[in-house]
Design a protein around this ligand. Structure first.
Ligand code: DC
Length: 217
């Protein structure tokens, strides 16, 4: 059975960085599932569509190809907001499911980060991490990242974005953001990146030993 690590959590919790580090450590491929939703949101906006139009979002999700995931526009603030809006549609989520399942089925395993990986996409994942941090801490991290990318935005605006997204991602009916019952919670509010990576590794090691997975090399 593939060794699947599910890393879920709210926007800018650090889950992507932690997932990347775990993937490197264990020699596993990594999927940032948020990119799929970002690509759908950007595709709808680029084609002049309306993010409130579920059918347009579903069509964009069905038409998604690997090249769409490499677009640098996916990392912008606007793309994050668009992603959160199209992610509420069950038909969009259903259209993106097969790709995520195929990714998770690879041998010897995979690391996937998102909102519903441990609960809906890979409920049988060998290891589940739910990464959180206080909204103010997440806003500060995301603000630095956006400014580093050349965006002009204030800390207060980013904190607002985060609060709105938390509410929408947790409050939606379809696969809301929530920790799986068997996920291990990791609050990184008071941790440096290295401390969080260490804590994540310790948690996942226990699951690795349990499953008997040995990384190559
Ligand atoms: O992880 P991110 O910030 O790139 O995600 C962008 C949005 O996509 C997020 O606000 C909600 C949605 N999303 C989701 O609903 N389910 C996932 N597995 C990943 C992301």
């Amino acid at each position: 059975m593939p060794f699947v690590i599910a890393v879920d959590g709210p926007a800018a919790s650090g889950k992507g960085t932690l997932a990347q580090g775990l993937a490197r450590l264990y020699g596993l491929p990594h999927l940032d599932s948020g990119l799929l939703y970002r690509a759908v949101g950007v595709a709808v906006e680029t084609s002049g569509g309306d993010l409130g139009d579920a059918a347009a979002a579903e069509a964009a999700a069905r038409a998604l190809g690997p090249a769409d995931l490499a677009d640098p526009r996916l990392r912008t603030r606007e793309a994050g907001e668009a992603a959160s809006r199209v992610a509420v549609y069950p038909a969009v989520r259903a259209a993106l499911k097969a790709f995520q399942h195929a990714f998770a089925a690879q041998e010897p395993g995979a690391v996937i980060d998102g909102r519903d990986i441990g609960t809906v996409i890979c409920p049988n994942a060998a290891a589940k991490l739910f990464v959180t941090a206080r909204p103010e801490v997440r806003a500060e991290r995301r603000w630095k990242q956006l400014v580093g990318q050349g965006e002009t935005v204030s800390r207060a605006e980013v904190l607002d974005d985060i609060r709105i997204r938390d509410e929408r991602d947790s409050g939606r009916a379809a696969s809301p953001l929530k920790a799986a019952d068997d996920a291990v919670l990791l609050d990184t509010s008071e941790m440096t990146i290295d401390e969080a990576a260490d804590a994540a590794r310790r948690i996942i090691e226990a699951a690795r030993v349990r499953q008997g997975f040995t990384p190559k090399g």
